[in-house]
Design a protein around this ligand. Sequence first.
Ligand code: BGC
Length: 416
Amino acid sequence: MKLKFALRTTASAAVLCGAASMAMAAEVEVLHWWTSGGEAAALNVLKEDLEGKGVTWQDMPVAGGSGVEAMTVLRARVTSGNPPTAVQMLGFDIKDWAAEGFLGDLSEVADAEGWDAVVPPALQEFSRYDGKWIAAPVNVHSTNWMWINKAALDAAGGEAPETWEDLIVVLDAMKANGIVPLAHGGQAWQDGTIFDSVVLGLGADFYRTAIIEQDPEALGSEMMVEAFKRMEVLRGYFDENFSGRDWNLASAMVINGEAGMQAMGDWAKGEFVKAEQVPGEDFLCIRFPGTQGHVLFNSDQFAMFDVSDEKREAQMMMASAVMDPSFQVAFNLVKGSVPARTDIPDTEFDMCGKKGMADLAEAAANGTLQGSMAHGHGASSNIKSAIFDVVTAHLNGEYSAEEAAEELVAAVEAAK
Ligand code: BGC
């Protein structure tokens, strides 16, 4: 099956489409969690791209930010012997499914299209297993961002915060102005997303030893107690209805001026763009104070399950489409993320996209790029859940900062 050549030229694409329709229409069933306004708009770019290439899209959305629920549904589907053809997946989950022997091999298309040379090594770590390509990366997201309502910031003194201390000054000013300073949704993964940034803000080495290496000493250190204290400080700026709120509703609060800012990954930008807000005019994107120069990344990849030959053709077409340079531009403009390929110019991106691309390149070159724990790239799923449990329990007042650091050591140890 020499799909690779067919995929890049119109003439042979027609041949391929012909072949596909003879073998019954090519169809992909895609399990994903892109259900917010911005996410659905980005998903539509992919869906339309594939439909334009003759691949029918069967949608399998499972709502729930960061894919926790989607992964539960996936497990049930695979256990019942009926895996979807393609699945949106994050870092360690991809490796786990590969280790269990469930994923198909994309190497034919990957080798023919030279993915090796254009996908950064930090991503390849999760898209390859045992020498084979097992997933196609569609983007690079990053979690250590803040999204700020520009008018609210202007009213609060106009200075975007660069340090933790600056952040507190701005949050206090926003509070004094009668808005919710920090929009947040109390769900474990959102708590974990802020925790990612707070830990990084206390030092990149601290993030590495505590989160990536899970060194018990770092996990139980004074610095970790400080991280939990900072979480308590931030909690003081949430509104009283934060519990259980979806992340995109928190973004909407910033968009409509009810809240001043949100600490969230750059999928939040998709919501601002969907609401026709302009970066620099209506909203600002800054790195979480104290983390400029550092990037906590995660990448959405499409893992393909090992399925029958007749579905394999559509899988390869989808993998190729996802990695197509012009598709990566079109998709990531809407999604808020940046391309997963290093050979794409930033020309068409807005100022946040340009900043995202520049920050990523700089971090990759300087060794300041690390995987996001909260989004599956810093620690295995078990350890991530263990950290989430402690972070959320502490945020909800079950532990003091000191107790939380102790619990964290025990929870991570038990999950190893
Ligand atoms: C994914 C994003 C998604 C976000 C919220 C992250 O883990 O990488 O694509 O938009 O979760 O659902």
